[in-house]
Design a protein around this ligand. Structure first.
Ligand SMILES: Cc1cc2nc3c(=O)[nH]c(=O)nc-3n(C[C@H](O)[C@H](O)[C@H](O)COP(=O)(O)OP(=O)(O)OC[C@H]3O[C@@H](n4cnc5c(N)ncnc54)[C@H](O)[C@@H]3O)c2cc1C
Length: 451
């Protein structure tokens, strides 16, 4: 069925023929039919730009919790799940059995296929790496419709090209990966506020005690300036132990979606004034000194999921999520960029800073040892394209790059400069897809696939 699709940012809409397969035979039937404008897999559409849409072509909607099986070995925590399974469904199945996903993004509404396609990272990247590091094997349908097994030891070049391959090497059918043992569904969390950029970096740096926490992330007030530039709230945690969780059933897991955003919101509700008021309140609410608390998994990892379709709050103009990384020793560049946003007065409701660990072997994987900053900005903000282009230059000159799962802005040149193994990846991609079946709007815009 022809459908109008966009990413989570609701900016670049396009029409695709959307098919919902109920088996791998259905998928191969779609691929086998001639596809002038190509085919791309779509999970739950949580990438912000146009990664899982295909103007004038076909989109295979993989998300399907009911039809996609989950097989967990309760002794080892090794799980095999269909690519259409969401992290939401996986957590509901595995947490009561004492197992947690190795990596979760800031929403539980992503599929395993999407987690692999973007090689997602979480608050634990500095300790555990990204999702691809935990994948033991996967079955992938190639553009010939053949289904092959890939792993770090079986066709490793194809395996790593598919991790963070943005769906452009093949369709993941299912994957086997290692879960993390937990004894409670609660989190032990420490929160503190840091008065400026230097204090924040000192608290999160590798020479601090940050490596002692599995999860660590900071919210940054991008409107603060002067001596408060870069002030933030640092939140770090670990899965609670049985001693820290006094409930009689410590593995009960029951996340709730509390409200829905209204279907129509005027542009400009999220604006500089409302964000400034929010930032001030959020910063003041955080404890001055490190304070311990016990929080739910949903509260700690997925607070935004409490509001269904919160992306509508930006109105019909939508919003850009801009995420970049710069090497660890480039803290001055990070300060410069935060200053660029503060000076421009471009307000971001959500600005998140995270220190990442080492990269994995995937040529297009985003995380690498460094600092990543993520911002949400209303798409209509005045001067935004000029500001982001100026920031792009600073980031790329410092040896940084941008996260394609979030992207709706960068140029093809920025991808080539940021990802120094891009040509290597493209050669492998072309080998895996010699007839050029896999295509997406993002792939076309950034030249990830040949025209
Ligand atoms: C609120 C929010 C918070 C987020 N936080 C984070 C975060 O902390 N860290 C992070 O890394 N990301 C984060 N993201 C981004 C998100 O995790 C990724 O974009 C993820 O890929 C989305 O998965 P999806 O199932 O929605 O896939 P889609 O967005 O539909 O697709 C993403 C990519 O995966 C490909 N793909 C999907 N299924 C398959 C398949 N079966 N086989 C092959 N390729 C496939 C698509 O072609 C596309 O290129 C966040 C997104 C939101 C909305």
């Amino acid at each position: 069925m022809r459908q109008k699709l966009s990413g989570w940012g609701r900016t670049a809409w396009s029409y695709s023929d959307v098919v919902t397969p109920s088996s791998s035979q259905d998928i191969s039937a779609v691929i086998a039919a001639p596809q002038h404008r190509g085919v791309i897999a779509r999970g739950l559409g949580r990438s912000y730009g146009a990664a899982s849409q295909n103007a004038g072509g076909t989109v295979i909607e993989m998300a399907n919790d009911e039809a996609s099986p989950i097989a967990l070995d309760p002794r080892t925590g090794v799980v095999t799940a269909g690519a259409g399974v969401s992290i939401d469904a996986l957590l509901k199945y595995c947490v009561p059995r004492g197992w947690f996903v190795p990596v979760t993004p800031g929403t539980r509404f992503v599929t395993i296929g999407g987690a692999i396609g973007s090689d997602i990272h979480g608050k634990n990247h500095h300790v555990d790496g990204s999702f691809g590091a935990h994948v033991l094997s996967m079955r992938v349908m190639l553009s010939t419709t053949e289904i092959i097994e890939l792993s770090p030891s079986i066709r490793p070049d194809w395996f790593w090209a598919t991790i963070a391959g943005m769906g452009l090497t093949g369709i993941v059918i299912d994957a086997t990966f290692q879960m993390l043992a937990i004894s409670s569904s609660m989190m032990h969390v420490e929160t503190e506020r840091l008065q400026n950029f230097d204090a924040l970096i000192a608290a999160m740096g590798s020479s601090s005690d940050d490596d002692g926490y599995r999860y660590s992330v900071a919210w940054v007030d991008l409107l603060a300036s002067g001596s408060s530039l870069g002030r933030g709230v640092l939140s770090r945690g670990e899965h609670a132990t049985r001693d820290q969780d006094s409930r009689s059933e410590p593995l009960v897991y029951n996340p709730k979606v509390r409200v829905s955003a209204p279907p129509w919101v005027p542009n400009g509700v999220i604006n500089k004034l409302s964000i400034k008021a929010f930032n001030e309140a959020w910063y003041r609410k955080a404890p001055r000194r490190r304070t311990e608390s016990i929080e739910s998994i949903a509260g700690f990892f997925h607070p935004l999921d409490g509001v269904r379709q919160w992306n509508r709050l930006y109105g019909s103009q939508g919003f850009i999520q801009y995420q970049f990384i710069v090497p660890l020793d480039q803290t001055d560049v990070l300060r410069t960029v935060i200053g660029q946003f503060a000076d421009a007065g471009v307000a971001s409701f959500l600005a998140v800073l995270k220190r990442m660990g080492e990269s994995n072997l995937a040529p297009m994987s985003f995380p690498t040892a460094g600092w990543t900053l993520t911002l949400d900005i209303a798409a209509g903000a005045r001067g935004l394209p000029e500001l982001l282009s100026a920031v792009d230059t600073v980031v790329l000159d410092a040896g940084g790059r941008h996260y394609l799962a979030k992207d709706a802005h960068v140029s093809p040149g920025a991808v080539r400069k940021g990802y120094d193994r891009f040509e290597e990846w493209k050669t492998i991609r072309n080998e895996m897809d010699p007839t050029g079946v896999w295509k997406s709007d993002l792939g076309r815009r950034l030249g990830l696939v040949d025209p």
